[in-house]
Write a protein that binds this ligand. Structure first.
Ligand SMILES: [Zn+2]
Length: 438
């Protein structure tokens, strides 16, 4: 059961409300900052600004940016103290947030019913921009830290009934600080997961931080190989396909996309000789130049240029990132993948397929098809690519969830006479994504 979900982006909330069956969240919230008192946010910003000033002083004293940010990363710890200070459940009303599904204030952190025998879990994607190699690298002193603190506060409010949390971020994310900040209620474990681990020719190495409450512990059989080792033994597969095989949009989808590009450039519906425009012809001159630069680079390195089974992200350029022959490079919000073998760019729906959505596989059973594909088709291509770049890989988060729910057991309660639950648990999920840049 999907209890609630939230996202700052309107289009993400629209996707959430177009889910079907058990995938429909009961409540859909927006910006996580709106769920926290403005005065608390203001106080956090003031404290963060003071830490930033200290970091600037360190930088002026000759420290590297990375070490200055780490030195003053204790903002995280101080912020947690502020967020939880004076919080009195007896006198403060239950926190609420604006719900876009019910168009009213709905309660956050609702406790499950008294007879509930399942497990409650929370899943979140932390804004990666302050941690990513391509981002600002401001870490805990970046603007995303405030949103993260609001999320941590909600974990505090839900303590006692959330059995686990899974938090995804880029590998640079400071999981030790996260573990320290929440150590009173959770024990942190870290998984490094890329779809390549499952045999997919897709590169997206991310950190999945698993927080277990005292009510859960890993099954003893994991002790021999550790958490990461056990995960890999269960799920690791050899890749058998190349990244270029992920791109299988039907000709009509590609033709429609080229037609839209041609209209945007003010071209007539077809070429003067009556033939349709090629993808390359409909591209902007700057992207055409970038394609030629990549082709020249491939030729220089001894490969064929045009027609090579390679992929390049045209946003970056060959001097910054080489074309790849094996895997699809990690998708970011503005990624524009040139497929040398098909002489076109990947479509937004194909970006989502790279993220684990089943859009084009007509042979797959209905259970594996993305049920809201008709809605996705109504969204602009740039929005689809943004959704794909912002999101978690479905197989990665799905497998992490399966691992956590399947390989943990109920920890004995503090009661001297522990009880054993015979029924397999059902799961209630809560999800928040506030990721703006991979
Ligand atoms: Zn609601």
């Amino acid at each position: 059961m999907f209890e609630r979900a939230g996202d700052i982006l309107k289009e993400c909330r629209a996707v959430l409300s177009n889910h079907t069956g058990v995938g429909v969240p009961q409540c859909i919230y927006g910006d996580i900052l709106d769920r926290c008192s403005p005065w608390l946010i203001e106080e956090l910003r003031d404290v963060q600004e003071r830490w930033k000033q200290k970091a600037r002083n360190l930088l002026e004293g000759g420290a590297t940016k990375s070490s200055a940010m780490h030195e003053r990363g204790f903002f995280c710890w101080r912020a947690c103290q502020i967020m939880l200070r004076d919080y009195d459940e007896e006198t403060l009303p239950q926190p609420t947030g604006h719900c876009y599904r019910h168009e009213q204030e709905c309660a956050l952190a609702r406790a499950p019913p008294a007879n509930f025998s399942g497990m409650v879990g929370a899943i979140a994607g932390v804004n990666c921009f302050d941690w990513s190699a391509l981002g600002k690298k401001e870490m805990w002193l970046g603007s995303s830290a405030i949103a993260f603190m609001c999320w941590a506060r909600e974990r505090y409010l839900a303590r006692g009934h959330e059995a686990f949390c899974i938090v995804e971020c880029v590998c640079n994310f400071d999981h030790e600080m996260l573990g320290d900040a929440l150590s009173e209620w959770f024990v942190l474990h870290v998984l490094h997961i890329s779809p390549a681990l499952f045999g997919e020719a897709v590169d997206r190495r991310r950190k999945y931080m698993v927080l277990l409450s005292p009510s859960l512990r890993w099954h003893s059989s994991l002790a021999a190989f550790g958490v990461q080792g056990s995960f890999e033994r269960l799920f690791a597969r050899q890749a058998s396909l190349r990244g270029v095989s992920r791109f299988r949009a039907p000709p009509e989808d590609i033709a429609n996309h080229i037609a839209l590009m041609a209209v945007r450039r003010g071209f007539p519906p077809s070429r003067p000789d009556g033939r349709p425009w090629s993808y390359f012809e409909a591209m902007s001159p700057s992207l055409q130049r970038r394609v030629r630069e990549y082709e020249a680079k491939l030729l220089e390195e001894g490969f064929i240029g045009r027609g090579a089974p390679a992929i390049a992200n045209l946003v970056q350029g060959p001097e910054f990132m080489a074309a790849t022959f094996g895997s699809v490079p990690a998708l970011l919000r503005r990624s524009t993948l040139w497929l040398f073998d098909q002489e076109r760019c990947a479509l937004g729906l194909e970006h989502l397929e790279c993220q684990g959505y089943q859009i084009y596989d007509t042979d797959a059973s209905d259970d594996f098809h993305c049920a809201f594909t008709p809605f996705l088709r109504t969204l602009p291509d740039s929005t689809l690519r943004r959704l794909a770049g912002n999101g978690m890989h479905l197989r990665a988060i799905g497998t992490a969830l399966l691992f956590v729910t399947g390989c943990t057991i109920r920890a004995p309660p503090p009661d001297p006479r522990p009880s054993i639950t015979a029924n397999p648990p059902t799961h209630v999920l809560e999800s928040d994504t506030a990721c703006e840049e991979a």
